[in-house]
Design a protein around this ligand. Structure first.
Ligand code: NAP
Length: 268
């Protein structure tokens, strides 16, 4: 099957690309490095042409203003280009993301939505890697429980949705197997890294200043911080069954990811 991975070789896209090519599918990356730019609709059609399916990953976040319009345009184009299925990466509990999901579906191509909990890999491959290394997990959020999901599970689930015999126009909610507060997550990271990591709730400007130490620009940190203050209120403090439904097995816990990331030198 010819599958285009829109959103390129990022955290989810690279994992999905590797899995698809290992199974003999043609997986094409589409991002700025291949000439596809979310900011320029003229670059979208060449990326879609000839593909049977697309994985859609919008960066920085599906919930941001202006994204539903982009999703509506992509959905129409995917239909015109003859795609037979779409798989969209989304986030749990995000009102703005719901609007983007619906907009993509307006094009009429069967769309599997993967609504995910917080990624475990936020602690090692994204904006929280620096804070974990510094031992201070500073977030503009209260100490609420979250069901952190492993990106290896998300990638496995996306591959099933992209390659199963018939496309599904459904939404799956994906979470990890346990609810952990940020304090409990910090304790897991302490165990894995062998260095103390503590959760510290902070205000938005402090969070922005903290992640700026690792080169995250304020233009990205500010909307992320506001998204966190919206969704990290306990609304996602439930386990979801999407991993088991799609993969027929239980999701992987934070401790397994943390040991693996520590062994790979994520925080060295
Ligand atoms: N982090 C979480 O906990 C969480 C939870 C649930 C859902 N999500 C969702 O996950 C998504 C992010 O997924 P991810 O972590 O796999 O992404 P990612 O690692 O940030 O990858 C993004 C890719 O997008 C490409 N890109 C960036 N700007 C672009 C542009 N203007 N046009 C085209 N491509 C562009 C980049 O490649 P180039 O540099 O080559 O362009 C990059 O490889 C977001 O939609 C977010 O809502 C995140």
């Amino acid at each position: 099957m010819d599958i285009v991975i829109i959103g390129g070789a990022g955290r989810t896209g690279s994992r999905i690309h590797d899995r698809l090519t290992a199974r003999g599918h043609t997986a094409r990356l589409a991002s700025r490095r291949t000439g596809f730019d979310w900011e320029d609709t003229d670059t979208w059609r060449p990326a879609l042409e000839g593909a049977e399916a697309a994985y859609v990953c919008f960066t920085p976040d599906l919930a941001f203003p202006g994204v539903p319009e982009k999703m509506a345009a992509l959905g129409r184009l995917a239909h015109d280009a003859g795609l037979r299925r779409l798989v969209l990466l989304s986030g749990r509990g995000e009102e703005g993301a719901r609007t983007s999901e619906a907009a993509l579906r307006e094009g009429g191509v069967p769309t599997t939505v993967l609504r995910c909990s917080w990624f475990q890999q936020n602690f090692s491959e994204h904006f929280l890697a620096g804070p974990v290394r510094r031992g201070r997990l500073r977030l503009p959020a209260p100490d609420i429980p979250e069901a952190f999901v492993d990106l290896e599970d998300v990638a496995d689930a996306a591959v099933v949705a992209l390659t199963r015999p018939e496309p599904e126009d459904v939404t799956y909610e994906l979470s990890g197997p346990e609810l952990l507060t940020f304090t409990q997550a910090a304790a897991v990271l302490t165990g894995a890294t062998g260095r103390p990591v503590a959760f510290e709730p902070v205000d938005v400007p402090t969070f922005i200043a903290d992640v700026a130490l690792d080169g995250v620009p304020a233009e990205e940190a500010e909307p992320l911080a506001h998204l966190f203050t919206e969704i990290l209120d306990g609304r996602n403090a439930t386990l979801a069954g999407g991993v088991a439904q799609l993969l027929g097995r239980e999701p992987s816990p934070l401790s397994t990811y943390a040991s693996r990331a520590a062994r790979a030198g994520a925080w060295s």
